[in-house]
Ligand binder design. Structure first.
Ligand code: FES
Length: 399
């Protein structure tokens, strides 16, 4: 286990899951809403926690109600907030995220008017206590000073830098990091058509940094210091459920694997698989349950169209039920009060109307798509769990 400090933005994400992207002037109803903490570094730290590390974030919040929600969620994620700088003026950064359930892709509207972490604040942190420092490539007013302090006072601890967008002066920061991770947004904004072209150019300004460029479904390019640029294809994901935080998950997987002592090639491959796993599920919770994917949840012979079977997978409870010849799997969590549907009694099933009922306040859900058609959470839906069934009828997590 390593102690990791992430320096970047913590944001309150308000995520609406919608059946399709609305066009201008259209009003549509979201079937799922969640409010959670987001931001690149925050997401990466959350995944690193799940991978067994001890993390802290250095970020800023305002004195508003959003800050309370954000700090509470960071606490829930087990990310230390000891180094969150508080400002009296401004708003805690927030993002309005629209997640298209059809494609799993998202669009984000971000608002911030809050100052970034100041140099003086950062300079007081005992950074020597940490095994790894991960910086978001932003806050260019203070980033050079922060990176220079880190270079001066840290002898063995690696520094990573995420370069997501082009910003004035960011290129001068690249040689100060041991690992630099570029996004395709940065590469494209700089006029490059693939990661190979970008990294070959970046190698001219740094001789000792590991370089990585992620490019969504086109895969990842990477190069060791002065080494050749290599490419791996993206891990296949079908269907894509949710891409929000996939890049942050990749970064966490990469840092984790390098901390474990694996080569850059091995680490990129591992991170690629972890990012794909993230795209197969909503959100970042319980990401490591991929470890349980090789154990069957149940066998199809145990299921019927007239009753549900609830099984545990890691920390989650999953509802399984037959629907015609297919099998449906839902998270056992009622969207009304976020409690299991069988909290009060068993889950009643009506095989004629093809519905099942929450035992707490009698919300009825379609078995086919998990949508609430009657009750206090009307038009909200149960969270679908990806499953696949082998030729022996064993039901596994994952598509
Ligand atoms: S908790 Fe399920 S209907 Fe209220």
């Amino acid at each position: 286990m390593a102690k990791i400090l992430g320096i970047g933005n913590a944001v309150l994400d308000i995520i609406h899951t919608v059946p399709h992207y609305p066009h201008e002037d259209e009003e549509i109803r979201a079937f799922k809403k969640s409010i959670t903490s987001g931001g690149n570094v925050n997401n990466s730290l959350y995944v690193l926690n799940q991978l067994g590390h001890n993390t802290a974030i250095c970020s800023t919040v305002a004195a508003d109600s959003e800050a309370k929600l954000l700090l509470a969620d960071l606490k829930k994620r087990n990310i230390s907030t000891a180094y969150v700088q508080k400002f009296i003026q401004g708003c805690t950064p927030s993002s309005s995220v629209t997640l298209n359930a059809q494609s799993g892709h998202r669009s984000i509207v971000h608002y911030r008017d809050l100052p970034e972490v100041t140099f003086d604040y950062f300079a007081k942190i005992e950074i020597e206590e940490y095994d790894w420092l991960h910086f978001e490539g932003r806050n260019l007013g203070n980033l050079p000073g922060m990176l220079n302090i880190a270079k001066t006072f840290l002898t063995n601890q690696p520094i990573s830098l995420e370069v997501e967008k082009p910003r004035d002066g960011i290129e001068a920061m690249i040689p100060l990091a041991n690992l630099v991770i570029f996004s395709h947004h940065y590469a494209q904004a700089k006029g490059f058509n693939d990661g190979h072209a970008l990294l070959s150019e970046i190698q001219k300004i740094t001789t000792h940094s590991n370089l990585v460029c992620t490019w969504g479904d086109q895969g990842v390019w990477y190069a060791s210091p002065n080494g050749e640029v290599h490419h791996i294809l993206a891990e296949a994901v079908n269907p894509v459920v949710d891409t929000l935080g996939a890049g942050d998950t990749f970064n966490a997987g990469l840092i984790h694997s390098l901390i474990e002592g694996h080569s850059l090639t091995e680490s990129v491959n591992r991170a690629n698989k972890l990012a794909a796993q993230k795209c197969r599920q909503y959100g970042l919770d319980n990401l490591m349950e991929v470890k349980h994917a090789d154990k069957p949840l149940a066998n199809i012979k145990q299921l019927s169209n007239a009753k549900t079977l609830t099984v545990n997978s890691g920390t989650r409870s999953v509802i399984l039920i037959k629907h015609g010849d297919s099998v449906k799997a839902y998270l056992n969590n009622c969207p009304h009060q976020n409690v299991p549907l069988n909290e009060a009694y068993k889950i009643d099933v009506n095989p004629f109307e093809k519905t099942m009922k929450c035992s707490v306040h009698d919300a009825f859900f379609n078995i086919e798509d998990g949508l609430c058609i009657e009750g206090p959470c009307w038009n909200e839906a149960l969270e679908t769990i990806d499953i696949h069934i082998d030729d022996k009828g064993n039901i596994f997590l994952g598509s």
